[in-house]
Design a protein around this ligand. Structure first.
Ligand code: F3S
Length: 288
């Protein structure tokens, strides 16, 4: 059985940077280390961090004196301030790409634009950007919501970095009617789209597509959905232990794709497990 890993798979730059820094902090810092919310949408990484002493707090109330880590999604300024007051020390691991969007939103608001963020209002990255975007900020996630934006003189549009490009195009189009001046900034990060293209390219040429990543990871779930839409037999697994041998009966090629929050070690474990099954099948055939 041949196992092919997608060209772009696993941790993006921002997640890799944040994860490495969190493990380094766990090893090098005396006293408690916290993250506000899970560092990334991958339960295995979060569990490893917990074992190393990095506690994922569900709310500010769980954070006491120590080092508090801001994850790659960023935080609104008032929450960041509250975190600093509670923990005393803060390590800001906001992804630089997200930071640039926060700055863009702040600049637009300061220049008198009503900032409109295209994205999911419940996503922490969007909530963080909104904190920089002035009091008139609006968050829209559909053309209907865009058409409900009040008409004004000037609108500045930014996008959740991981949002779908096609949806952003449509929603930004609907906002054009809303003001005499509409400035649209393409703030999408290509890490997600690169993984999507790589997964689709792979799914088109294998018998089974495996998408690896947290069941709670939206970008991994989206990868699996895209592969299925393409017609590929697709399974979404979090770890090697979720693999079922029957899925690979009579299969000659398996493609492995992974979202931006999937670490290399989980991808490697999956590949090793698949290869060991492929090898034992080959040996059985030879023995026959
Ligand atoms: Fe940053 Fe893009 Fe990843 S915005 S956290 S590098 S998906």
């Amino acid at each position: 059985m041949k196992v092919i890993v997608a060209e772009d798979a696993g941790f993006c730059y921002g997640v890799k940077r944040a994860t490495k820094a969190a493990f380094d902090a766990a090893a090098g810092v005396d006293g408690p280390v916290f993250t506000l919310g899970a560092l990334i949408h991958n339960p295995q990484v979060v569990a490893r961090l917990e074992r190393e002493g990095v506690h994922a707090a569900k709310s500010l109330d769980e954070i006491g004196p120590g080092l508090a880590i801001i994850r790659s999604h960023g935080l609104p300024p008032d929450t960041k301030k509250a975190l600093e007051e509670r923990a005393g020390r803060v390590l800001d691991l906001t992804c630089p790409t997200v930071k640039a969007v926060q700055q863009r939103a702040a600049d637009l608001a300061a220049a008198g634009y009503r900032v409109v963020i295209i994205g999911d209002r419940y996503h922490p990255e969007v909530q963080a950007i909104a904190g920089y975007a002035g009091p008139e900020v609006l968050i829209v996630n559909s053309e209907e919501e865009a058409s409900a934006v009040p008409e004004g003189e000037r609108i500045g549009v930014v996008m959740q970095t991981t949002h779908a490009a096609e949806a952003c195009r449509r929603i930004a189009g609907a906002l054009l009617d809303k003001a005499r001046e509409v400035r649209v900034f393409n703030t999408l990060c290509d890490a997600t789209s690169k993984r999507q293209h790589a997964a689709l390219e792979l799914a088109a040429k294998v018998d089974v597509a495996l998408v690896v990543g947290g069941h709670n990871s939206a970008n991994t779930g989206r990868l699996a959905e895209l592969c299925r839409k393409l017609g590929a037999r697709t399974y979404h697994v979090e770890t090697a232990d979720e693999l079922v041998p029957a899925w690979f009966e009579g299969v000659s090629t398996v493609g492995v794709a992974a979202g931006t929050s999937t670490p290399d070690w989980i991808i490697e474990e999956i590949v090793a497990r698949l290869k060991s099954w492929g090898d034992s099948r080959a040996r059985t055939k030879t023995a026959e």
